[in-house]
Design a protein around this ligand. Structure first.
Ligand SMILES: NC(=O)c1ccc[n+]([C@@H]2O[C@H](COP(=O)([O-])OP(=O)(O)OC[C@H]3O[C@@H](n4cnc5c(N)ncnc54)[C@H](OP(=O)(O)O)[C@@H]3O)[C@@H](O)[C@H]2O)c1
Length: 316
């Protein structure tokens, strides 16, 4: 089968599409024919070897010294079950499922083998591309917003409101009844307003840290708000979400400061896909091409200006 492969940390051009063996299911696993898979900021970090401050050596020990140990990146995907291990009862060949494959990734390929426990059934009304686009930013935003106590009547500031995580945070916070202030460049203001933001702030004119307002939740999906600046923007019982935190802020995150990796939970995927099915969540999915377009998607992510979610269709 074909797969997009990364040997060494490097620029987008270090992604090459090559032939690799089609995977077999091991105990507990399904083999999925990948119909759509996202190319995410997480994939771009693993391709480039660029990690938040302080994580460099630690991250490389964990994910690979000279290049990512998972040579085939891509974790958020949607597809059709091709084969199942004899002990798998949750799914059968032909089922349409969506999920995230965890640290092993391997989704930028025509087929992937992964534990059945990583997937949920894809609603019929949701296309594969939309499903693949909804999971990465959606599950991150959902986890942190819930943990921060999002609820009707609360005020939420989303920094980086047009990206994968931010656009999900805006929509989910609005869905839960919160009043949302979205920070994005001017060109994305119509978009974030359509997604449910009550107010849009242009960070090129008004740096977010200079705002006089106070919020119940400050959700930083960019990584340019320090812990002290974020805490200053909070109401007395507010919560600061640092979706991008350096090592120090990650280690000392507790109480009203949340950081660290968001979990990948099939129950959350099912919740998000139901919202997509009802039209309450727009994954802002853009199909970039087939596996040969993975490199182009990495280029787009590296600009730092990507809007929403990029997906590729391995069988297109
Ligand atoms: N903790 C976790 O579990 C977790 C999970 C997923 C992602 N993350 C991290 O979260 C971060 C965001 O991920 P993502 O996938 O959402 O990234 P992304 O989609 O690549 O974000 C791009 C967006 O960032 C916006 N942006 C850039 N500079 C900005 C600024 N100074 N102020 C406000 N917005 C700005 C851009 O909007 P404009 O074009 O309007 O500038 C663009 O729409 C990444 O660093 C990723 O590693 C963490």
């Amino acid at each position: 089968m074909r797969a997009a492969y990364v040997d060494r940390y490097g620029p987008p051009d270090s992604v090459v599409v090559t032939e690799v063996p089609t995977p077999e299911p091991r105990a507990g696993e399904v083999v999925v024919r990948v119909e759509a898979v996202a190319v995410t900021s997480g994939d771009a970090r693993l391709r480039s070897g660029r990690f938040p401050r302080g994580f460099g050596a630690l991250a490389r020990l964990g994910v690979g010294i000279r290049g990512p140990r998972a040579r085939i990146l891509g974790g958020a995907l949607s597809g059709r079950v091709e084969r199942v291990a004899p002990d798998v009862t949750a799914f059968a060949p032909g089922d349409e499922i969506a999920g995230m494959t965890g640290a092993r990734l391997r989704g930028h390929a025509e087929f992937v083998a992964a534990p059945a426990s990583k997937f949920t059934g894809k609603p019929e009304q949701v296309g594969h591309a939309e499903a693949a686009g909804a999971l990465f930013g959606g599950s991150t935003a959902l986890h942190f917003l819930r943990k921060a106590g999002v609820a009707a009547g609360r005020t939420v500031l989303v920094n980086g409101a047009s990206g994968a995580v931010g656009s999900s945070a805006v929509q989910l916070a609005a869905h839960f009844g919160a009043t949302v202030t979205a920070v994005a460049s001017r060109r994305n203001h119509d978009l974030v307003t359509r997604l449910g933001a009550h107010r849009a702030v242009d960070y090129t004119a008004t740096p977010v840290t200079t705002l006089d307002d106070r919020f119940d939740i400050v959700f930083d999906a960019v990584g340019n708000i320090s812990r002290a600046e974020g805490l200053r923007l909070l109401t007395p019982d507010g919560t600061l979400v640092l979706a991008v935190a350096d090592l120090l802020d990650t280690v000392r995150a507790r109480g009203r400061v949340l950081a660290g990796p968001a979990p990948e939970r099939p129950a959350d995927f099912a919740f998000l896909l139901d919202l997509v099915a009802t039209g309450a969540l727009d994954p802002l999915t853009e199909i970039v091409g087939d596996l040969d377009a993975v490199r182009e998607a990495h280029r787009r992510i590296d600009t730092g200006r990507k809007t929403g979610n990029l997906v590729v269709l391995p069988h297109a």
